[in-house]
Write a protein that binds this ligand. Structure first.
Ligand code: HEM
Length: 412
């Protein structure tokens, strides 16, 4: 992009964001780097129905009780300077607070001769527990010239056994995860976040998905994936700080209270699975389908004993079952996946369906260890193929008056 068009794109970005005035005044008074006054940032509204707060120790959408829908998008940055990226994150902070309040990103325009500042498809809807989670990848640091601030652990994932990754679903610089109980609320959020940054970022890949679970007055059952097994039972508890500290959140450095997110688009071969006997399906996971209990046990949360034997001393659970292999890796990750269904594969006439696998961990090594075990030996491999992949550092949570990525941009 030429300097001229870069400049124009940036001006458009500011205009659409409605921040030009405030930003330029502060910028010209030389408040080094602080482009917007902190009081400028929108506030979480209190007592709003179905609302999750934007501000907090961690970003939303990680320890939030899982919602029914996701829209996950990965963006590429066009040529941008650090200060432009910083501005974009400030605007995204503001937009995100409004979106999670269930409000338009800006007041709806009165002038019908101009495009509306908010695209408008959520008029009349509430926040629907919308959460927005932002992450940046290794290539983000390179493109913006911030490599020396990249956490050492943030590296592209290695190639795993049996990976069949498609470039169309791999890589990218920034990810935004929108989750809520309404697919249109997610779409609206992503659409407006991208719209305000148009010219600065382009869309690389995206995946929407769904989750279904029984909700008895807030008592939510573990969702089932498209193989009909409960998915999420073995997760660290989102209510236990000790488990979050041990497995999920980064404990020091500028990225403290951030986490690494791994996204894998995993195709599930439903037709093959549906031809498989229920007993073999259960052996594949090491759990019963109906209750989700470990084989040999009764209840979903009974302890999984990979070496459990029957009364004749025969092993009940195969060492290559999915859960046994995960246990052998001696670590854990917080999985927050969603099913997807993208129509029909034109080559096979089969469903193009699977799992948008998303896991949060304080070190990518946790995922790598588990996937190395599984990629080579997992009984589940007969029924799945990894098609897409991304790794991102989810930025630390934002306190009121601060903006997304502030602890990184303050170092420059
Ligand atoms: C389409 C692909 C996948 C499906 C259908 C699937 C399904 C399941 C199911 C049904 C369980 C048992 C219940 C539970 O604890 O959630 C489980 C457990 C687990 N899975 Fe997966 N999974 C998939 C991919 C992966 C991948 C790629 C990883 C990580 C590399 C992974 C890591 C785990 C872990 C850590 C557990 C918990 C084990 C424990 O109890 O400690 N899964 N998965």
């Amino acid at each position: 992009m030429s300097n001229e068009s870069n400049h124009i794109a940036r001006r458009d970005f500011l205009k659409l964001a409605g921040v030009g005035g405030a930003g330029l005044i502060l910028g010209s008074t030389g408040v080094g780097g602080t482009f917007l006054a902190s009081q400028y940032f929108a506030k979480d509204k209190k007592n709003v129905k179905n609302k999750v707060n934007f501000y907090g120790k961690y970003q939303s959408g990680i320890t939030t009780q899982v919602q029914k829908h996701i829209y996950f998008v990965v963006l590429s940055i066009n040529k941008m300077s650090v200060s432009e990226v910083k501005e974009m994150f400030k605007t995204w902070t503001n937009y995100s607070v409004h979106l999670m309040n269930g409000e338009p990103v800006q007041e709806l325009g009165k002038n019908k001769l101009l495009p509306s500042p908010d695209t408008g498809e959520t008029i009349g809807l509430d926040a629907n527990r919308l959460t927005l989670t932002f992450g940046i990848s290794p290539s983000f640091f390179e493109k913006v010239g911030l490599t020396k601030h990249k956490p050492e652990l943030l590296e592209d994932l290695p190639h795993f056994p049996k990976d069949q990754l498609d470039k169309a679903y791999t890589g990218g610089d920034i990810c935004i995860q929108a989750c809520s109980d309404d697919p249109q609320v997610n779409f609206h959020a992503i659409r407006n976040l991208i719209r305000v940054a148009k010219g600065e970022v382009s869309m690389k890949w995206s995946q929407s998905g769904f989750n279904s679970f029984k909700d008895t007055e807030g008592n939510i059952e573990t969702p089932r994936n498209l193989f009909s097994f409960k998915d999420g039972t073995g997760n660290p508890s989102i209510n236990k700080q000790s488990e979050l500290d041990k497995f999920v959140f980064i404990q020091d450095g500028w990225a403290k209270n951030g986490t690494y997110i791994v996204a894998r688009r995993i195709q599930m071969l439903l037709e093959t699975w549906d031809r498989t006997a229920l007993e073999e399906q259960e052996a594949t996971f090491g759990r019963y389908r109906h209750s989700g209990a470990p084989i040999g046990k009764e209840k979903e949360y009974d302890e999984f004993d990979p070496d459990i034997k029957d009364k004749n001393g025969e092993r009940l659970i195969e060492k290559e079952s999915h859960v046994s292999l995960a246990k052998q890796s001696k670590t854990n990750i917080l999985r927050r996946s969603f099913s997807y269904s993208d129509g029909i594969n034109p080559n096979t006439g089969a469903f193009d369906a699977g799992l948008l696998f998303l896991s949060f961990q304080k070190s990518p090594e946790q995922f790598i260890k588990i996937q190395n075990k599984m990629g080579a030996a997992d009984k589940l491999n007969e029924y799945i193929t990894h098609r897409g992949s991304g790794i991102f550092l989810c930025l630390p949570g934002v306190q009121e008056g601060e903006y997304l990525g502030e602890t990184l941009f303050n170092r420059i």
